[in-house]
Design a protein around this ligand. Sequence first.
Ligand SMILES: NC(=O)c1ccc[n+]([C@@H]2O[C@H](COP(=O)([O-])OP(=O)(O)OC[C@H]3O[C@@H](n4cnc5c(N)ncnc54)[C@H](OP(=O)(O)O)[C@@H]3O)[C@@H](O)[C@H]2O)c1
Length: 310
Amino acid sequence: MILTANGGPENFKPGELPVPSIGPNQLLVRVLAGSVNPIDIKLRKTGNFGYGPGSVLGFDVAGKVEKVGAGVTDFHPADDVYYSPDFGLPGGNAEFNVVNADIVAHKPPSLSWLEAGAVPLAGMTAYGALFERANLRLGQTVLIINSTGGVGSIATQLAHRAGAYVIAVCSGPNMALARSFGADRVIDRNQEDVIAIVKEEHPHGVDIVLDCAGFDWVARCMDLVRPMGQIVTIVNPSGELALGYRKNITLHYSFLRRDRRVLESLSNLIERNLIKPVINKVFRMEEIADAHRLLEQGGGFGKIALSVWT
Ligand SMILES: NC(=O)c1ccc[n+]([C@@H]2O[C@H](COP(=O)([O-])OP(=O)(O)OC[C@H]3O[C@@H](n4cnc5c(N)ncnc54)[C@H](OP(=O)(O)O)[C@@H]3O)[C@@H](O)[C@H]2O)c1
């Protein structure tokens, strides 16, 4: 699906492009599934990273290796793989995609194509934020804001499996889902006073806040973190952050880092049934405008998946 102009979702049009050629250490992948992420919407609107008219978006791929370039030893034609296409390159909303082999992993066999296509971007973001930035340790207390969105759904399960006491913040209809991820405490951000509740239940402060929502959550949560504690945000924070100095809080800005080893760790957890992707709704690739509209409208949970083969 080609973006004919930056702006609204009506600007996607089906189109024919030549099958891309591959270079050394690259794979040509036949795309079978993917998903929509908030970054698709931001890039569709702004054209950042070079995604202007004529470009192809899509930052999650599950598919089959069609060809391997010189120097590739870990993959062979017909292998099932999954990955997040790099920003700035043609994305996965297409029948074929070229990718550097070092950011690709074998697809977890137990997942359907649609489930696998929902994992890479959100999964690597969640893993990176919790384990590479905050260095989450057994027994720590983690407060997760937006615990049932694309990233939060995986992060909540990961934090639970890592032995943390997990406080999940979401809206009422998603509370049961957050509990199913293993959250120890779930707070309704619309009906309850998140800050007052966490303060009362954790008077010495939580170890880690993971902000998957943005807005002024980082500023508001400064008060909830213990001295020397940490906040990781995956969205640009706004509001007054000065309290962080007085409490010696570490604030991490965490951005997706594509890493085959992280995808392999996620595959390992998936195959052991310890985490699972959550799909809210499936669209065919031709219906991508509707998929964007649904994500933009908000109020959902988990991921919006895209199927390419029907
Ligand atoms: N840094 C990175 O590398 C990186 C990677 C991936 C995503 N992101 C960013 O992270 C954010 C989340 O991504 P995602 O894919 O998880 O998003 P998502 O699935 O679209 O999250 C949507 C959910 O956010 C919750 N929400 C909406 N407004 C909120 C508010 N004011 N306060 C708290 N929660 C609110 C809602 O759930 P409830 O109603 O249940 O609360 C909503 O369903 C996006 O801004 C995205 O661009 C950054």
